[in-house]
Design a protein around this ligand. Sequence first.
Ligand code: PMP
Length: 426
Amino acid sequence: MNMQTSVNEQLHVFEELESEVRGYIRSFPTMFTKALGSKMWDKEGREYIDFFSGAGALNYGHNHPLLKQKVLEYLQSDSVVLSLDMATPAKEEFLQQLNEVILKPRNLNYKVMFPGPTGTNSVETALKLVRKVTGRQTIISFTNAYHGMTLGSLAVSGNAVSRKGAGVQLNNTIFMPYEGYFGDDVDSITFLEKYLADNSSGVELPAAIILETIQGQAGLKVASPEWIQKVEQICRRYDILLIIDDIQAGCGRAGTFFSFETVGVDPDIVCLSKSLSGYGLPLAITLIKPEYDIWAPAEHTGTFRGTTPAFVTATETFNFWKDPSFEKDIQQKGEKTRRFLNDIVEKYPTLQLEVRGRGLMIGIAGSVSGFGGKVSAKAFQRGLILDKCGPDGEVAKLFPPVNTDEEVLEKGLHLLEESIAACVEE
Ligand code: PMP
């Protein structure tokens, strides 16, 4: 039996019974049966290095032993597994530890809202709240932004195919150019400034500006601290609220717990999800400056806001952050990866490659459309799982777990280079 026949046989149930909307199974067509740390295995026993990390939801790797132990103990004890927003010790400890270990040492003071379990739930609540606080309707977001797939989040996201999927008009949003949108010679912040300063520009005063400090899906575009600070200054000048969507860049991916810590801005609202539970269990929060926490009781609600095993694993991940060497290690691995990618850029000049990103939110962009997808396909054949991103799929996106050991990281990087070399040979 050849390999293709065996794959088709393994996956026929998905083909027959699952909707056409399925995505990643098409890029990584095999039956995954086991995962540990930075590795996955399929039904045939084939080993893969995972530079995908559940699209950034498994920053601490698969089945981290400490998290596994905690969640198993919790389940064994017949503790409450779903509590909506009733009180449980698991939630109490999560709130306390988030405050003590993550927020306070960073001089951050937020009330914590549980918006529902996914990233888009967090963005939806942020948008609702800023509208309620300011009485304004419009939200400014940025070109190429990705904030989620439900109507409100989709309205502030750029991708044309996803937007079309809404089937209705996506209203009350204005897109402004992200840093670098018009090339390096144009300071895009001047557009935002001018539109707001001119009271006949046609651009309404918005309730909020929503921003990714590093645009993930847009192709790992990093905004400079100066640019982000200017966005914040504009917010302060016009009484606009600043929402930072840290769903992808947060929880250590960019080298610090929050991506904005090193930038020197003080967002009014922060959206967090993906790797927050650290174990792949759905969990999202919306962090709100106390003065804007004007929700009426149960004004926003939802069933899955109290999945306690996710609180248990999340609380355990905060312990990693107590040791300053944890984030130093991520930064060093990020630098090592960057050096490796810079060498690749030099080795393959005909591909006109460019390194993008920050920390371990990093990738390599090709000058041709679809480069990232091509690299991803070649990498998969070689036992490396990595995603593509960018409006034209031009970026190969490297998201190894942040605690990947050096040896696995190096092996993965060499497989990446082989995959890129294979693109040149074609
Ligand atoms: N915001 C950002 C920046 C994201 O990267 C994502 C997911 N890729 C979301 C929001 C939406 O998260 P979810 O898929 O959990 O709804």
